[in-house]
Design a binder for this molecule. Sequence first.
Ligand code: ZN
Length: 198
Amino acid sequence: MNGYPKSVEKLIEELSKLPGVGEKSAVRLAFHLIDAPREDIEGLVEALSQTQEKIHLCPDCFAITDEEVCDICSDTGRDHSTICVVEQTKDIYAIERTMNYRGVYHVLHGAISPLEGIGPGDIKAAELVKRAKDGVQEVIMATNPSPEGEATAMYLRNLIAPLGVKVTRLAKGIPIGADVEYVDEITLIKAFEGRYTL
Ligand code: ZN
């Protein structure tokens, strides 16, 4: 016997495409799945295909959701005149965990990066400017404290501030290079409290 059966090879190959899964973990996961009860596998397959089918972008904030409009945008108890701008939907969950922010969000789906050929047209920038014109009081830039995140915040600020909308940036305190999604709650609360006008 040399090598795994073809179907197992294929499973390992697919699993190793997942983030954080190296070759060794892929092999371990594959053999775990092979031994798993049939109903567990069926549950997994169903969850995977349901996610693909049901998940789409919220038409207002562009967060991923399986509702027509996401829970946050459809919540009338939230302050719709304050928009917190993040790079990824994942960042929203980090900020929501602080239970300290009552505004709504806008997901850019990336950051401007000339080196990687990502321009303003590749992120949801024009969509944000359009929203900012609609009775918004404050736009909080919560992009990552990376060169790309900073450049994106400044680019958007230059488009939004002239509309008479206050544009703020989260206070330093989020370590450079740390993504918003990994920052602890206390640091995030402090960063919101200490936000300054851009
Ligand atoms: Zn939404």
